[in-house]
Design a protein around this ligand. Sequence first.
Ligand code: TXA
Ligand code: MG
Length: 548
Amino acid sequence: METRIFHPDRDANTIEEAAAIIRSGGLLGIPTETVYGLGADALNEEAVAGIFRAKGRPQDNPLIIHVPSAAWLERYCVSVPDSAYALAERFWPGPLTMILPRRDNVPLRTTGGLETVGVRCPDNPVTRAIIEASGVPVAAPSGNTSGRPSPTTAAHMLEDMDGKIDAIVDGGPCQVGVESTIVDLTVTPPRLLRPGGLPLEALRDVLGQVAVDRAVTEKLGEGERPRAPGMKYRHYAPQAPVTVVTGHAGRSAAWIRDRLAPGDGVICFDEFAPLFAGHAVHRLGPMGDSSAQARHVFDALRTFDGTGVERIYAQCPDDAGLGLAVGNRLRKAAGFHTVNAEPPVVIGLTGPTGAGKTRALHALERLDGLILDCDALYHRMLRTDGALRADLTDAFGDVLTAEGVDRMKLGGLVFADPAAMDRLNRIIFTHIPRAVLAEIAAATAPIVGIDAINLFESGLDRLCCRTVGLLAPPEVRLRRIMARDGITEEYARLRIAAQKGDDYYREHCTDILVNDAASAAEFENKAYAFFCHMMEEIRNNKEESDHE
Ligand code: TXA
Ligand code: MG
């Protein structure tokens, strides 16, 4: 089929001819303020099937229906809450889709089998006039082939749909550039399913509390079902793999520049484009202007295709305003492959044996923390670190082996001789912090947890923003050590007695975490909450000092 292009400013009959296409069950590209849509009569199952075919869209992914005003809500939805009218009053026509209970005249084929339907009133007068003239709601997903970036010009849409649909109405470039915000009003509190052209802050202004679906910020696990079925599919992805770099714009730009290889492309804020001269660069817009970034994000993702670029690095705005939607589209394009350019928050962990350090470390890992096990690091360095090995030979003579150090021999030299022990410690406490610093500098995780028994003696505490002492009641530790290491009570008591007492940790650490939980899993949750709270405090302090 030949795909016609209507120019509403030139072709006087656009509205009638376009409405006739919808009424006859055809497929029509429609301009909206967000992105171009692939429209058809939402009540006509055959026409709706055509949308799925043209896009190559999975059948279970529901379509949004487009209406000319809130007056049509009752025709296609039941139990419409007051909040829907309050939102429509304030934000329609505009980039907001509301999920409401479906009236049974809306076919299940349109709603992907769901008992709810997404409704939106687009802010484009020509498109609203076409819907009004056709007399039916228009189902319209974004007008791209499934998986590709959404089209924000008629030319983009033609790229994907030429020959597959009847016509495209060319309304010029879209003013918003990312799809509508989707809010589910069938649950309490209302839930943001997809961030989009209407900021979350504006929704909260009207609705009060709004929950944010996990699919907005995280990659879902295998088999997990998001509430907006479309959020589970790989999306917006250019052919080359994308890495999203978060953090302060200056730092993310420097991070990217340090790693850029020939053949790499960059999506960056306008201010930083000169840093990447000689590479394929697409600008998102000025770094403080998330509305401009929303207009450019799909164009940037789309136009790398066919250029031979092998990897794409993208700067990413923070979550304020439209930044949440821009960041979400970039992350989805990257399959949520994200790195953080900010220097990580370094947290030291120490405490006596048997207090539950492993579980506390798991909790830090759940916050995307990188754990540096200093004991393991030391043993690796004994094998591989030339400077450490040279110092040990200087001080103790022939104690090295290919696998590290001859422990018996070194032990024999230092255990009976406090001065020699002192010398050994001084060597270790010079080299370990050097290696830890290098690991911190190379880390892309937001948090680094330093796991060190000698956190203070080694001076590693000086690299930490907070130091946490993990304590547990002695009887609890006793039982745990006996079970874990299969030793007698007597021997376990000796081990505990040989360690530093709780007072030492209370005196030295900035924070104390007590493991008094009934089970290991319960303690891990307690530790998780503890570290979440700590990170919040650290962030707030940082914001304060950034503003000074
Ligand atoms: O801005 C927009 O919303 C554009 C323009 C054309 O209006 N349309 C659009 O449609 O982005 P589409 O199909 O690309 O994305 C619709 C999203 C999908 O993730 C879908 O799963 C979700 O909305 N959705 C639709 N109906 C739903 C429902 N009843 N419940 C939950 N999610 C729904
Ligand atoms: Mg889409």
